[in-house]
Write a protein that binds this ligand. Structure first.
Ligand SMILES: *Cc1c(COP(=O)(O)O)cnc(C)c1O
Length: 387
């Protein structure tokens, strides 16, 4: 019986051709393919500036720096995310804290954010940056978060690693509300460059800072030089940056993938709808539907309900793996990790994220998943839950 992975990249002949043509060209990196990819991505997401980087973790790091995160600053994110959403603040020497999730959407709860802000205001501990995460590809309640950001004076760095091509209130993710939005192109994500990421922003100054930070803090741009050039070779380091560049090989793959984004989205949405129908009536909480958003459907995550969810989830996980179904779990709440416990966090701190995690299981979802495979998955779930 063939193994069905939980996610799988979608590579076609055009992708291979795009990559090989870069390999035969003049530039493997810092050439025209990166600029082209950034342009295509900007157009698709209706955003003014796009800065492609080596991976989303690097993007989150330099976006934090560009937004002024540093020692003595506080950053809040969702405990139901990948580690990178919190680590980026720690890289900058800032303090990290979390805001619990809404059990229905599994995204940062606006009500919990409001409560935490009301407590932080008199204590003088307001955050500098809040990093909401569009879990599974479903947008956070960004309109409400923007209102809070304007009232309490923090910036929004949206982690849209799951949400390439998703939309919210009729506009593409990244085009409004957040100060900067980060996307991931890791192999399991919606669109891949193998490893890769991108920071999108509507702000000119932020974009300029991100471009500097991506490449050693260095520039050759005549209009922005601080000193007078002593020759045409002149370059200038204006701040401490990194080598977080993406290659032309990767960017060419990204551009080729973007051409299929609508088709890949449609395939994911169709599979999600089939799961919705096929799993009706089982003791599972299915992903929330929202009229505000079109999800990118990076994940189809269900939650075991009823008594002893973690025990039932363990059995379901083992049964599905034994049946050749590559299920996974997203996410172990970040604050319960040993590294974060050393920082003072403890189990019980964010009960909604912990309760979700106890029963969470992600089912296979990727564009090439067939209906026959999906039927096999559903069948294995039914057998496990009834035994
Ligand atoms: C994948 C992911 C990241 C990190 O992406 P990389 O490109 O692997 O660095 C960050 N945040 C979330 C929510 C992710 O899913």
């Amino acid at each position: 019986m063939d193994f069905i992975p939980y996610s799988c990249q979608n590579i076609d002949a055009a992708d291979i051709e795009a990559v090989t043509s870069v390999l035969c060209s003049e530039y493997l990196t810092q050439g025209p393919a990166v600029t082209r990819f950034e342009g295509l991505f900007a157009e698709l997401h209706q955003v003014k500036h796009t800065v492609a980087v080596a991976n989303a973790t690097a993007g989150l790091h330099i976006a934090c720096l560009a937004l002024g995160v540093g020692q003595g600053k506080r950053v809040w994110t969702s405990p139901n995310s990948f580690l990178a959403s919190a680590n980026c603040a720690l890289y900058c020497g800032a303090d990290i804290d979390f805001v619990d999730i809404d059990p229905a959407t599994r995204n940062m709860s606006v009500a919990a954010l409001q409560t935490k802000l009301d407590q932080a205001l008199p204590a003088g501990t307001l955050p500098h940056v809040v990093i909401p995460v569009d879990f599974a590809g479903l947008s956070c309640d960004l309109r409400e978060m923007r209102a809070l950001a304007d009232r309490y004076g923090f910036r929004i760095l949206e982690d849209a690693s799951h949400a390439t091509g998703a939309s919210y209130l009729g506009r593409p993710i990244g085009s409004q509300y957040a100060d900067a939005t980060v996307f991931s192109f890791h192999a399991v994500k919606i669109v891949t460059t193998a490893e890769g990421g991108l920071v999108a922003t509507q702000h000119d100054e932020l974009a300029a800072k991100l471009r500097l930070l991506r490449s050693h803090g260095m520039t050759r741009e005549a209009s922005s030089l601080l000193n007078t050039p002593d020759g045409p070779w002149y370059y200038e380091q204006q701040c401490l940056g990194y080598n977080y560049r993406i290659t032309d090989i990767q960017a060419a793959l990204g551009s080729s993938q973007l051409a299929r984004l609508p088709n890949m989205h449609a395939a994911r949405a169709e599979l999600a709808m089939r799961y919705d129908e096929a799993l009706q009536g089982l003791p599972l909480r299915l992903p929330a539907r929202s009229t505000d958003s079109v999800s990118a459907w990076h994940l189809y995550a269900v939650e075991v309900t009823g008594a002893q969810p973690s025990k039932v989830r363990r059995k379901l996980f083992d049964d599905l793996r034994a049946a050749g179904v590559g299920v996974n779990v997203h996410y172990i709440p970040i604050h319960t990790q040993p590294h974060f416990r050393q920082l003072g966090f403890a189990p019980g701190d964010f009960p909604a994220a912990e309760a979700y995690y106890a029963g969470a299981i992600s089912l296979p979802l990727f564009p090439a998943l067939t209906q026959a495979q999906q039927a096999r998955i559903v069948d294995a779930i039914r057998r496990s839950l009834s035994a």
